[in-house]
Structure formats: structure tokens, C-alpha cells
Design a protein around this ligand. Structure first.
Ligand code: PLP
Length: 388
């Protein structure tokens, strides 16, 4: 018999579609997949070299649960340099991916009755983790009309005495929207006087194309105290499989609690990844990051142009990350049906908006080569023309 807790979880639609597309491909079908959330680039050589050196030096034993000091010092230096944030190594813990950081954070702070405010469209994992921990999800709906960003008024209306956390993702998966400093300042003002924690998911920070990225914790003293900054290297240096993420918080008691949880569950993260991550954080891979960022800009511009040329579809140009969140409201009222039919008829895999809590859209990743993007969008155009 399974627990009620585990029964709250649903399988990720993103992973389900990606797996189905892989299976069809293995059967020999000419599938073009835009569903996965990972860069198509290889991990930079300088990071691989650091990992190989770690293996050769025998750096293969248990470490401190929160990660080696050298790594947490490198994270602190990165947060200072890139984000203007001051954290000591004991205010930082490393985890098996940012997904694990979120799991530990939500496990440590959310229980039955607690409300977690999540703007939609959202990254699929957030509501799942909240439900798993017995909390209640309070969604704030956004649309392309406000560039998928919540307003201070919406936030104010969502807060109740039970509110315990707000999850903000900037740049966003699935929309690519980025909150400006001024917008974060205004949202921060609404939170003043509450005991709401801000979980600031900054995974796509390095993939910023227009506008300037600002960390939530950097906008005021009050926001610094209430924010838990979450980040990793999966997206910025193509390290999805290495499993590295971290969180930083002013509240050392919170970090200590998540360390206790980690000590009784997974212990330290992989030692080889720890050494490799230092090379991903200390500037050694900056040229690689810039090369990938430039490639993403070129792909984004091409994809936005081609999608907006399709009669019936529209997309807001994303400022960051590597997804388009395409509005299909003129041609379909059921994004799951749309995605299934598109895969069936045109062999193109995208993720339905409903998976992210927003009906009337689909998400397509542009973390793939430009030819695939062109061919894929041409097939989408044919599909949409046939729908009309
Ligand atoms: N946060 C967001 C917004 C993401 O899109 C992802 C990955 O898709 C993650 C966190 C988790 O990344 P990882 O666990 O690989 O560090």
C-alpha cells in the first residue's frame, strides 16, 4: 500500500512527452523534440577536466553534508560578484540539483495548513512538492498580456494569515520573463511585516538576453532576510546530469535544518561533481557560457520570428531561459490535445501549457540547433493551417 503523501504526486508531463518522443524516435520516426528542458551543448571541457582530476586524485570519499568548504566559498564569491549578495559558507548548502534544494527547503518549512503562493504558469515541480509536504498551493494567474509577471496588487490579494512562502522564478521556466529590480522592490514592499519566505529560483540567471537580471535578495534588507536564493549549474553550463544545486539564506537555522534533513537522506552530493562545480562557478567557464548565451539569442530570435508569422499563434519574446510559451487560444482550447495531435500528425513534441498551470499555450524549448527549429516550426505552421 502506498502512502497518501506519495499518492499526491503526478508524473511530470514534460518527462512523459519527452519519453514518448524518444520511444517514437527509437521506432525510426522522424521526431523533432522541443520538449526537454536542457541545453543541447556539452559540459565545458574545463569542468570535465576538474572532475577527471578529482577522480585521479582519489577525491572520492564522504565530505561534509553541505559540501566542501572550498565549494561553498566559491558559491559565496559568485553570489557576491554576480548578485551583490553577502553570504558566509555556513549560510550555503549544496544539493543534488536545484530540484533537491527546493525539496529540502519545502520539506523544512511547509506543513499541513501552510499556504504557498505560486504564480502560474509555473515550473511543474513547485506545486507537486508543496502538495507532497501537505501545504496548499495558492496560484496567482498571469498571462502574456502582463508578460507573465504578477503585480503587487495580485500578490497582496493572495496573502492570508496562513501564507508561508512565495516562489518566484526569474528568468522563468516556461515563459522566459524576468522581473526588473523595480518590480521586485514593489513586490518586496507587499511582503513587509509578514513572515513569508521568498524561494527565489534563479536557475536561468546566466541565460539573460534582454534586460538585467536582479536577485530577489538584493533589492532590500527586508528581502535579503526573507529570501532563500536557489541556483545551480544545470542550465548555465550544461551540467544537467551532474546534479548540482545550492541554496543560500540569511537564516542559518534554516540552512542547518535542511542540512539535518540531507544528513539523514542523501548525505553530501557527489564529490566529483563538487570539484567540477568549482570550475563552473569561478569564472573558468565564462567563455563557454557566453558562447552558449549567444547561440541561444540567435535561436530565440529566429524562433520568435517564425512563430509570430503563423496565423493563429503568437508569442511574447522571452528575455531569458530557453523556452517560448506560445499562445494557441485562437486555434485550440485544449493544449494537451493540441500537443498530442501535433506529435501524432507532424511528429513534433512540445509540452502543453496545462502542465504549467496555464491552458491556451504550449512550451517549446529552443535549446536545439537552428535547422531543427526551422523545420519544426514549419511543421507546426502546417498543423495549425490544417486546424483552421
Ligand atoms: N528550477 C527551474 C525553473 C528549472 O527549470 C529546473 C530544471 O528544469 C530546475 C529548477 C532544476 O534544475 P536542477 O535540479 O537540474 O538543478
Amino acid at each position: 500500500m502506498l502512502t497518501d503523501r506519495v499518492n499526491t504526486l503526478s508524473e511530470s508531463i514534460t518527462i512523459a512527452i519527452t519519453t514518448l518522443a524518444q520511444e517514437l524516435k527509437a521506432e525510426g520516426k522522424d521526431i523533432l523534440s522541443f520538449s526537454a528542458g536542457e541545453p543541447d551543448f556539452d559540459t565545458p571541457q574545463v569542468i570535465k577536466d576538474a572532475a577527471i582530476a578529482a577522480i585521479n586524485e582519489g577525491f572520492t570519499k564522504y565530505t561534509a553534508v553541505d559540501g566542501i568548504v572550498e565549494l561553498r566559498v566559491a558559491i559565496a564569491a559568485k553570489l557576491k560578484k554576480d548578485n551583490g549578495l553577502t553570504y558566509a559558507p555556513n549560510q550555503i548548502i549544496t544539493n543534488n540539483g536545484a530540484k533537491h534544494s527546493l525539496f529540502n527547503l519545502i520539506s523544512a518549512t511547509i506543513q499541513k495548513g501552510a499556504e504557498v503562493i505560486i504564480p502560474s504558469p509555473y515550473w511543474v515541480t513547485y506545486p507537486e512538492l508543496v502538495n507532497y509536504c501537505g501545504g496548499k498551493v495558492v496560484e496567482i494567474e498571469t498571462t502574456d498580456e502582463t508578460s507573465f509577471k504578477i503585480t503587487p496588487e495580485q500578490l497582496k490579494a493572495a496573502i492570508t494569515p496562513k501564507s508561508r512562502m512565495l516562489i518566484l522564478t526569474s528568468p522563468s521556466n516556461p515563459t522566459g520573463s524576468i522581473y526588473t529590480r523595480d518590480e521586485l522592490v514593489e513586490l518586496g514592499k507587499v511582503l513587509e511585516g509578514t513572515d513569508i519566505i521568498v524561494a527565489s529560483d534563479e536557475m536561468y540567471e546566466k541565460l539573460t538576453y534582454d534586460g538585467t537580471f536582479t536577485s530577489c535578495a538584493a533589492v532590500s534588507e527586508d528581502m535579503y532576510k526573507r529570501t532563500v536564493t536557489i541556483n545551480g549549474l544545470s542550465k548555465s553550463v550544461a551540467m544537467t546530469g551532474w546534479r548540482f544545486g545550492y541554496m543560500a539564506a540569511a537564516d542559518t537555522e534554516l540552512i542547518k535544518a535542511t542540512k539535518k534533513l540531507q544528513s539523514q537522506s542523501t548525505s553530501n552530493i557527489n564529490t566529483i561533481t563538487q570539484k567540477a562545480a568549482i570550475a563552473g562557478l569561478d569564472g573558468s567557464a565564462d567563455a563557454d557560457i557566453e558562447m552558449m548565451r549567444k547561440a541561444f539569442i540567435e535561436r530565440r530570435d529566429e524562433a520568435v520570428k517564425l512563430v509570430n508569422a503563423i496565423d493563429g499563434l503568437s508569442v511574447v519574446k522571452p528575455d531569458g531561459a530557453f523556452y517560448l510559451f506560445v499562445n494557441i487560444k485562437e486555434v485550440s482550447s485544449d493544449s494537451l490535445d493540441f500537443a498530442k495531435e501535433l506529435l501524432d500528425k507532424k511528429l513534433v513534441a512540445v509540452v502543453p501549457g496545462v502542465a504549467f498551470g496555464s491552458e491556451g499555450y504550449f512550451r517549446m524549448s529552443f535549446a536545439t540547433d537552428i535547422e531543427t527549429i526551422r523545420t519544426g516550426i514549419a511543421r507546426i505552421a502546417e498543423f495549425v493551417a490544417e486546424l483552421k
